[in-house]
Design a binder for this molecule. Structure first.
Ligand SMILES: [Zn+2]
Length: 280
Protein backbone atom coordinates (compact mmCIF):
# COMPACT_ATOMS: atom_id res chain seq x y z
CA UNK A 1 0.00 0.00 0.00
CA UNK A 2 1.28 3.47 -0.87
CA UNK A 3 0.95 6.45 1.43
CA UNK A 4 1.05 9.96 0.02
CA UNK A 5 2.54 11.44 3.19
CA UNK A 6 5.97 10.05 4.10
CA UNK A 7 5.08 10.48 7.77
CA UNK A 8 2.02 8.23 7.72
CA UNK A 9 2.31 4.46 7.48
CA UNK A 10 0.12 1.52 8.49
CA UNK A 11 0.72 2.32 12.15
CA UNK A 12 -0.44 5.91 11.71
CA UNK A 13 1.65 9.03 12.21
CA UNK A 14 5.39 8.40 12.59
CA UNK A 15 5.94 11.45 14.79
CA UNK A 16 4.24 13.14 17.70
CA UNK A 17 4.73 16.76 18.74
CA UNK A 18 3.66 19.03 21.53
CA UNK A 19 4.35 22.53 22.78
CA UNK A 20 5.35 22.71 26.46
CA UNK A 21 5.78 26.47 26.67
CA UNK A 22 5.76 29.30 24.13
CA UNK A 23 8.39 28.56 21.48
CA UNK A 24 9.43 25.24 23.05
CA UNK A 25 8.36 22.07 21.25
CA UNK A 26 9.12 18.40 21.77
CA UNK A 27 8.96 15.94 18.88
CA UNK A 28 8.93 12.20 19.35
CA UNK A 29 9.13 9.06 17.22
CA UNK A 30 8.03 5.48 17.85
CA UNK A 31 11.21 4.70 19.79
CA UNK A 32 10.29 7.56 22.09
CA UNK A 33 13.35 9.63 21.32
CA UNK A 34 12.74 13.23 22.29
CA UNK A 35 13.87 15.87 19.81
CA UNK A 36 13.37 19.47 20.89
CA UNK A 37 12.68 22.58 18.83
CA UNK A 38 13.26 26.07 20.25
CA UNK A 39 11.67 28.77 18.15
CA UNK A 40 13.17 32.25 18.53
CA UNK A 41 12.21 35.46 16.78
CA UNK A 42 14.87 35.09 14.08
CA UNK A 43 15.63 31.40 13.89
CA UNK A 44 14.83 28.05 15.42
CA UNK A 45 17.14 25.53 17.08
CA UNK A 46 16.46 21.84 16.50
CA UNK A 47 18.09 19.62 19.12
CA UNK A 48 18.68 16.14 17.58
CA UNK A 49 17.05 14.54 14.54
CA UNK A 50 16.08 10.96 15.53
CA UNK A 51 16.84 7.81 13.51
CA UNK A 52 15.99 9.35 10.15
CA UNK A 53 12.77 7.57 9.26
CA UNK A 54 9.98 9.40 7.43
CA UNK A 55 10.27 13.09 6.58
CA UNK A 56 11.33 14.72 9.82
CA UNK A 57 11.96 18.07 8.17
CA UNK A 58 8.30 18.26 7.20
CA UNK A 59 7.30 17.86 10.88
CA UNK A 60 9.73 20.61 11.92
CA UNK A 61 8.46 22.93 9.18
CA UNK A 62 4.87 22.29 10.22
CA UNK A 63 5.82 24.11 13.45
CA UNK A 64 7.96 26.99 12.16
CA UNK A 65 8.93 28.68 8.90
CA UNK A 66 12.01 30.30 10.51
CA UNK A 67 15.49 29.12 9.41
CA UNK A 68 16.40 26.03 11.45
CA UNK A 69 19.82 25.51 13.02
CA UNK A 70 20.26 21.76 13.58
CA UNK A 71 22.34 20.69 16.59
CA UNK A 72 23.20 17.18 17.82
CA UNK A 73 23.62 16.52 21.55
CA UNK A 74 26.12 13.77 20.63
CA UNK A 75 27.20 11.44 17.86
CA UNK A 76 24.85 8.46 18.22
CA UNK A 77 22.63 7.68 15.26
CA UNK A 78 19.36 7.86 17.19
CA UNK A 79 20.20 11.58 17.53
CA UNK A 80 21.80 12.23 14.12
CA UNK A 81 19.85 9.97 11.71
CA UNK A 82 17.72 12.78 10.30
CA UNK A 83 20.60 15.28 9.87
CA UNK A 84 20.63 14.69 6.12
CA UNK A 85 17.34 16.57 5.71
CA UNK A 86 19.40 19.74 6.19
CA UNK A 87 22.54 21.09 4.49
CA UNK A 88 24.25 22.26 7.68
CA UNK A 89 24.48 20.62 11.10
CA UNK A 90 26.26 21.70 14.29
CA UNK A 91 27.85 19.30 16.80
CA UNK A 92 30.96 19.02 18.96
CA UNK A 93 34.19 17.58 17.58
CA UNK A 94 33.79 14.36 19.57
CA UNK A 95 30.41 13.69 17.95
CA UNK A 96 31.63 13.79 14.34
CA UNK A 97 33.04 10.26 13.91
CA UNK A 98 29.81 8.55 15.02
CA UNK A 99 27.28 10.89 13.45
CA UNK A 100 27.08 9.11 10.09
CA UNK A 101 27.18 5.53 11.45
CA UNK A 102 23.72 3.87 11.39
CA UNK A 103 23.00 1.05 13.87
CA UNK A 104 21.12 -1.12 11.35
CA UNK A 105 20.63 -1.85 7.66
CA UNK A 106 17.20 -0.19 7.76
CA UNK A 107 18.70 3.01 9.19
CA UNK A 108 21.42 2.89 6.53
CA UNK A 109 18.70 2.90 3.86
CA UNK A 110 16.96 5.87 5.48
CA UNK A 111 20.27 7.72 5.62
CA UNK A 112 21.15 6.89 2.00
CA UNK A 113 17.83 8.36 0.83
CA UNK A 114 18.42 11.77 2.42
CA UNK A 115 18.80 14.86 0.17
CA UNK A 116 21.90 16.10 2.07
CA UNK A 117 23.70 12.91 2.97
CA UNK A 118 26.98 14.87 2.88
CA UNK A 119 25.66 17.64 5.11
CA UNK A 120 28.25 20.18 6.25
CA UNK A 121 29.35 19.82 9.86
CA UNK A 122 30.07 22.92 11.95
CA UNK A 123 31.74 22.52 15.32
CA UNK A 124 30.40 23.71 18.66
CA UNK A 125 32.46 23.97 21.81
CA UNK A 126 31.95 24.56 25.51
CA UNK A 127 30.75 28.10 26.22
CA UNK A 128 29.46 28.88 22.72
CA UNK A 129 26.35 31.09 22.72
CA UNK A 130 23.57 30.62 20.18
CA UNK A 131 21.26 33.63 19.82
CA UNK A 132 17.89 32.76 18.26
CA UNK A 133 16.47 36.24 18.72
CA UNK A 134 14.63 36.51 22.01
CA UNK A 135 16.07 33.16 23.09
CA UNK A 136 19.68 32.58 24.09
CA UNK A 137 21.25 29.12 24.37
CA UNK A 138 24.66 28.17 25.81
CA UNK A 139 26.65 25.06 24.91
CA UNK A 140 28.03 23.03 27.85
CA UNK A 141 30.43 20.17 27.14
CA UNK A 142 29.50 17.04 29.19
CA UNK A 143 31.08 13.97 27.53
CA UNK A 144 30.72 10.62 29.37
CA UNK A 145 28.01 8.49 27.68
CA UNK A 146 29.63 9.62 24.41
CA UNK A 147 32.84 11.59 23.79
CA UNK A 148 31.00 14.39 22.01
CA UNK A 149 28.10 15.04 24.39
CA UNK A 150 26.93 18.59 24.97
CA UNK A 151 24.11 20.00 27.06
CA UNK A 152 22.20 23.00 25.76
CA UNK A 153 21.14 25.58 28.31
CA UNK A 154 18.17 27.67 27.14
CA UNK A 155 18.81 30.66 29.38
CA UNK A 156 15.60 32.39 28.31
CA UNK A 157 13.15 29.56 29.04
CA UNK A 158 15.33 28.22 31.88
CA UNK A 159 15.56 24.72 30.39
CA UNK A 160 18.54 22.37 30.27
CA UNK A 161 18.71 19.81 27.44
CA UNK A 162 20.99 16.95 28.49
CA UNK A 163 20.86 14.48 25.58
CA UNK A 164 21.75 10.99 26.85
CA UNK A 165 23.94 12.14 29.75
CA UNK A 166 21.06 12.46 32.20
CA UNK A 167 17.57 11.01 32.02
CA UNK A 168 14.92 9.41 34.18
CA UNK A 169 15.35 5.89 32.78
CA UNK A 170 18.98 4.94 32.87
CA UNK A 171 22.18 6.47 31.59
CA UNK A 172 24.23 4.03 29.51
CA UNK A 173 27.91 4.19 30.33
CA UNK A 174 28.98 1.15 28.27
CA UNK A 175 28.51 2.62 24.81
CA UNK A 176 31.60 4.83 24.77
CA UNK A 177 35.10 3.81 23.68
CA UNK A 178 35.41 0.31 25.16
CA UNK A 179 39.10 0.83 25.98
CA UNK A 180 38.28 3.43 28.60
CA UNK A 181 38.05 1.99 32.13
CA UNK A 182 34.60 2.31 33.72
CA UNK A 183 36.11 4.30 36.62
CA UNK A 184 37.34 6.95 34.19
CA UNK A 185 33.96 7.28 32.46
CA UNK A 186 32.09 7.38 35.79
CA UNK A 187 34.38 10.01 37.30
CA UNK A 188 33.97 12.14 34.15
CA UNK A 189 30.20 11.70 34.39
CA UNK A 190 30.30 12.82 38.03
CA UNK A 191 32.35 15.90 37.15
CA UNK A 192 29.86 16.76 34.40
CA UNK A 193 26.90 16.40 36.78
CA UNK A 194 28.67 18.69 39.26
CA UNK A 195 29.23 21.18 36.44
CA UNK A 196 25.48 21.16 35.68
CA UNK A 197 24.64 21.38 39.39
CA UNK A 198 26.87 24.47 39.69
CA UNK A 199 24.63 26.16 37.09
CA UNK A 200 21.42 25.07 38.86
CA UNK A 201 20.17 28.63 39.44
CA UNK A 202 19.91 29.12 35.64
CA UNK A 203 17.26 26.47 34.82
CA UNK A 204 14.03 25.08 36.22
CA UNK A 205 13.68 21.83 34.26
CA UNK A 206 15.80 19.19 32.57
CA UNK A 207 14.76 17.88 29.15
CA UNK A 208 16.54 14.61 28.28
CA UNK A 209 16.56 12.87 24.90
CA UNK A 210 14.93 9.67 26.23
CA UNK A 211 12.78 8.64 29.18
CA UNK A 212 11.02 11.66 30.53
CA UNK A 213 10.64 15.36 29.92
CA UNK A 214 10.42 17.77 31.72
CA UNK A 215 12.31 16.63 34.84
CA UNK A 216 12.69 18.59 38.06
CA UNK A 217 16.50 18.98 38.44
CA UNK A 218 16.78 18.53 42.21
CA UNK A 219 15.17 15.10 41.93
CA UNK A 220 18.02 13.92 39.71
CA UNK A 221 21.28 15.91 39.93
CA UNK A 222 22.26 14.97 43.49
CA UNK A 223 21.22 11.35 42.99
CA UNK A 224 23.42 11.06 39.89
CA UNK A 225 26.40 12.62 41.67
CA UNK A 226 25.88 10.22 44.61
CA UNK A 227 25.50 7.21 42.30
CA UNK A 228 28.66 8.05 40.36
CA UNK A 229 30.57 8.24 43.66
CA UNK A 230 29.12 4.90 44.83
CA UNK A 231 30.21 3.28 41.55
CA UNK A 232 33.73 4.66 42.08
CA UNK A 233 33.75 3.43 45.69
CA UNK A 234 32.34 0.02 44.80
CA UNK A 235 29.36 0.54 47.10
CA UNK A 236 26.63 1.05 44.50
CA UNK A 237 23.40 -0.89 44.94
CA UNK A 238 23.22 -3.34 42.05
CA UNK A 239 19.74 -4.02 40.68
CA UNK A 240 18.56 -7.46 39.51
CA UNK A 241 17.81 -6.29 35.97
CA UNK A 242 17.94 -3.33 33.61
CA UNK A 243 14.32 -2.46 34.39
CA UNK A 244 13.03 -2.45 30.86
CA UNK A 245 13.47 0.80 28.96
CA UNK A 246 13.94 -1.12 25.75
CA UNK A 247 16.69 -3.69 26.26
CA UNK A 248 17.52 -6.82 28.23
CA UNK A 249 20.43 -7.41 30.64
CA UNK A 250 21.55 -10.76 29.21
CA UNK A 251 23.58 -11.40 26.08
CA UNK A 252 21.25 -14.19 24.85
CA UNK A 253 18.71 -11.81 23.34
CA UNK A 254 18.66 -10.07 19.98
CA UNK A 255 18.85 -6.42 20.92
CA UNK A 256 21.66 -4.21 19.61
CA UNK A 257 23.41 -4.05 23.00
CA UNK A 258 23.30 -7.81 23.67
CA UNK A 259 26.53 -8.61 21.82
CA UNK A 260 28.45 -6.20 24.04
CA UNK A 261 28.12 -8.59 26.98
CA UNK A 262 26.34 -8.87 30.35
CA UNK A 263 25.43 -5.60 31.99
CA UNK A 264 24.60 -4.35 35.43
CA UNK A 265 22.37 -1.54 36.58
CA UNK A 266 23.04 0.50 39.70
CA UNK A 267 20.54 2.85 41.26
CA UNK A 268 20.49 5.64 43.81
CA UNK A 269 17.12 7.31 44.30
CA UNK A 270 15.99 8.49 40.87
CA UNK A 271 19.40 8.01 39.27
CA UNK A 272 20.13 4.84 37.33
CA UNK A 273 23.23 3.84 35.34
CA UNK A 274 23.88 0.76 33.22
CA UNK A 275 27.43 -0.42 32.55
CA UNK A 276 29.22 -3.59 31.47
CA UNK A 277 29.62 -6.12 34.26
CA UNK A 278 33.24 -6.58 35.35
CA UNK A 279 34.64 -9.97 34.39
CA UNK A 280 35.19 -12.17 37.45
ZN1 LIG B 1 23.55 8.12 22.96
Amino acid sequence: MKYRNANIDERGLLFGKWCSMPGVWTLTNRWQNFMHLLVGEEKALLIDTGYGEGDFRQIVESITDKPVMVVNTHGHFDHTGGNGWWEDVWMSEGAVSGARVPFSEEQQQWYDAKPHKDYRIHLLKDGDIIDLGGKVVEVLSIPAHQEGSIALLDKTDRLLFTGDEMESGQVLLFVRDRNLPLEQVVSTHKRNMEKLAARRSEYDFICPAHNGTLLQPDLYLNDFIALDQELLDGTAEIQPDTAGFGFAPNPDTNDMFAKMGPKERAQHGQASIVYLKKEE
